[in-house]
Design a protein around this ligand. Structure first.
Ligand SMILES: [Ca+2]
Ligand SMILES: [Ca+2]
Length: 411
């Protein structure tokens, strides 16, 4: 085959490396395709989704162009169509899918080629429908995908140039297996950061009676979260308080059992985790205790921090700072009482506070709606300290007075 210039260049660059990778890979019972260049330039599949299988495919490992995913399986009911969705890492990638329907360790029998897709553009989903023929023996079967650039691979075991291949396991269920639905709900949505949230997956038959058994795997943000959870009465739950602030997709995948086929579902809209909830407490976190001379401003501004019941700082809460009405007290710039909104750290900063002309110790209160008790600032207005100038003046007066007495005596 004549290679386009781009392909020719890249082919020359890596030909020596790729050639060493052509070896027999995978299960000893199954021959595998080989690739001279493989997926180095993104050729082949990057994503494979079939029923409950959701597999990203790296171009790494030895060899990078073949992956044994036979530990990954899904259940397909014979005679039912399932959507296969794939994504390629390069344009014009042709995909073939086979299943060893008669379990004779090859994928080349008549009817074992079950689907073909052309991924015209890279990083784009393309879908087709895969249907296991009725009459296929229930149980595990090998599924293989193989790819090539601008042409379908010659067969399930051929020598190819650009692309990759991989094997999965499918468990074929007889047409009598009952389909299921998996629904996901949240105990509280939206929730608040650090709040415990319980997700519930409910697996139900699409028709008839009976209770599905087996396990459900939860996914959060697209990745498996925790170990599979065993169904109890068709229900599996997952509780976490570890979600960060933001919106998190939450899904659940039911693997199926001998009577019920697998299914998956997701939480509508995802789990929304807010940074904070309602204000629940307030604390004096700046400017206490301190003192100032009567009639002068306090050096440190009064600061109060507002939290919700889970200890998250609450932003935008209005804090009211109230000094005593009479006696030793003071005045905020702008008048009493003063109000200030909390910042993103939950901190409200009062305007400058100036002691009145009465000395003594007192408390300024800071309050916020939702908190049952106030934050208290311990402040003291102090008497003026006699200055050196004042002492000197008294001394001089005394001296002058003494001098006057002496003059009077002489007179
Ligand atoms: Ca076969
Ligand atoms: Ca055969």
């Amino acid at each position: 085959m004549r290679l386009p210039p781009k392909r020719l260049v890249r082919s020359i660059l890596i030909a020596a490396v790729a050639a060493t990778c052509a070896a027999t890979i995978g299960s000893a019972q199954y021959c595998t395709p080989t690739y001279s260049t493989g997926c180095t330039f993104g050729d082949g599949l990057a994503l494979f989704q079939l029923n409950t299988i959701n597999q990203t495919i790296p171009c790494s490992g030895s060899p990078a162009w073949y992956h044994d995913f036979t530990a990954v399986s899904t259940q397909l009911v014979a005679g039912t169509g399932y959507t296969l969705t794939v994504q390629a890492g390069y344009s014009s990638i042709y995909v073939s899918v086979w299943v060893d329907l008669n379990n004779d360790n090859d994928l080349s029998d008549s009817g074992e080629l079950l689907g073909q897709i052309i991924c015209s553009a890279s990083s784009t989903n393309y879908s087709t429908t895969i249907t296991i023929p009725t009459g296929t023996t229930p149980g595990n079967h090998r599924l293989r995908f193989a790819t090539e650039w601008i042409a379908y691979p010659s067969g399930p075991c051929s020598s190819e140039t650009y692309g990759n291949a991989g094997d999965f396991t499918i468990e074929v269920l007889g047409p009598s297996a009952t389909g299921t639905t998996t629904a996901v709900t949240s105990s509280i949505n939206p929730s608040v950061h650090h709040q415990s949230v319980t997700f519930t997956a409910t697996v139900a038959p699409v028709s008839g009676s009976g209770t599905p058994t087996g396990t459900v795997e939860f996914q959060i943000d697209g990745s498996d979260f925790g170990s599979p959870v065993t169904l109890s009465g068709g229900v599996a739950t997952l509780t976490t308080s570890a979600l960060s602030v933001g919106t998190h997709p939450v899904g659940a995948t039911y693997g199926g059992d001998s009577s019920f086929s697998g299914s998956s579902g997701s939480l509508s809209g995802g789990q929304v985790v807010n940074a904070y909830g309602q204000a629940a407490s307030i604390a004096a976190t700046g400017g206490t205790p301190q003192s100032a001379m009567v009639g002068t401003p306090f050096a440190a501004t009064l600061q109060a921090t507002v939290m919700d019941s889970l200890g998250n700082p609450v932003e935008g809460a209005t804090v009211t700072f109230t000094p005593p009405i009479s006696g030793a007290s003071g005045t905020f710039a702008g008048g009493n009482p003063a109000t200030a909104a909390t910042d993103s750290n939950g901190v409200a900063t009062a305007p400058t506070f100036t002691a009145n002309n009465t000395s003594g110790t007192y408390q300024v209160q800071a309050t916020v709606s939702g908190a049952t008790s106030a934050a208290l600032f311990d402040l003291t207005n102090t008497e003026p300290i006699p200055t050196l100038t004042g002492i000197g003046l008294l001394f001089m007066l005394a001296v002058l007075a003494g001098t006057g007495v002496l003059l009077l005596r002489r007179g």
